[in-house]
Design a protein around this ligand. Structure first.
Ligand SMILES: C[S@@+](CC[C@H](N)C(=O)[O-])C[C@H]1O[C@@H](n2cnc3c(N)ncnc32)[C@H](O)[C@@H]1O
Length: 266
């Protein structure tokens, strides 16, 4: 049976997350999402909030304008929710799926965010459509929904589909909290029919390169082309108000690495 990412975070990857994700220019990610907070941002919903490393600074900025502003973080992995709750107890952490976020019908949010390609965990257009529709319903009338996903890199995906990516290539090198050097090796494939890029990650010792006894983690990311996102957002009643090619707010072009999108109710 194929295990999914969320089962595997619970088996021990969660505590490694912040140290491992040293490739994502954390300052740029955080700065972008913190920069969306305005004096009128009275509430936040962070979907796929992970360890809360982006949620917390966004909430801190929001609460400069009033201590009692509600903030909710949602993640499907119990280990992530537990870790975030232990670190940032003043935020309301909930276990749930971004497809159908656990928010009450009367709850409305001024800012909804989904950071670091987490929307790509939605593997089908039907799942994405359901999620976007629920997000739209959770937005306050002038609320905004912001997210970043990768823009599909056609050459890279074609190479993956042809079996051309090196098996076991190193995709992360980092030190854990104890200073132990670790590395992650990936085995990946791409299916152009389903648009699923499936990577399996194995943890290795960074010095001896021995594979460590941690269950491999699935890192499947559904590829969403810009035209698909435009259609899916419009169908869900969401209107793009800003779009960038990366978190540094560089222009969105066909070659851009990311699709960084801010939208409001259409
Ligand atoms: C790449 S991490 C990003 C975490 C956080 N947004 C950040 O930027 O630090 C993806 C997170 O999304 C969670 N996740 C994956 N699929 C999910 C789903 N369907 N619903 C809720 N959370 C999900 C994972 O458990 C993981 O914590």
């Amino acid at each position: 049976m194929q295990q999914n990412t969320v089962d595997l975070w619970d088996q021990g990857w969660a505590p490694l997350y912040d140290d491992m994700d040293n490739v994502r220019s954390p300052n740029q990610h955080t700065a972008f999402y913190v920069g969306l907070v305005t004096p009128g941002t009275g509430s936040l919903l962070d979907l796929g909030s992970g360890t809360g490393s982006i949620t917390a600074p966004v909430v801190e900025k929001m609460r400069e304008g009033g201590a009692d502003r509600p903030a909710v973080g949602v993640d499907l992995a119990p280990a992530m929710v537990e870790l975030a709750a232990a670190r940032y107890p003043a935020i309301d952490w909930r276990l749930g799926d971004i497809k159908c976020p656990p928010v009450a019908p009367e709850e409305r949010f001024d800012l909804v965010i989904c950071c670091f390609h987490t929307m790509q965990a939605l593997r089908t257009e039907a799942d994405m459509a359901e999620s976007l529709s629920n997000i739209r319903d959770a937005l306050a009338p002038d609320g905004r929904f912001a997210f970043d996903i990768y823009q599909p890199n056609r050459a890279y995906l074609a190479k993956a589909a042809a079996g051309g990516l090196e098996d076991g290539r190193v995709v992360r090198e980092f030190s854990d909290r104890t200073g132990r050097r670790l590395r992650v090796r990936e085995y990946s494939t791409y299916d152009p029919e389903t648009l699923l890029f499936s990577g399996t990650w194995y943890l290795h010792d960074g010095v001896t390169d021995a594979r460590l006894p941690l269950e491999p983690m699935d890192q499947t990311l559904r590829q969403y082309f810009a035209s698909d996102m435009e259609r899916l957002l419009a169908d869900a009643g969401l209107q793009i108000v800003e779009r960038y090619g990366d978190l540094d707010r560089s222009p969105f072009t066909p070659e851009a690495k990311r699709q960084v999108i801010v939208c409001g109710q259409g």
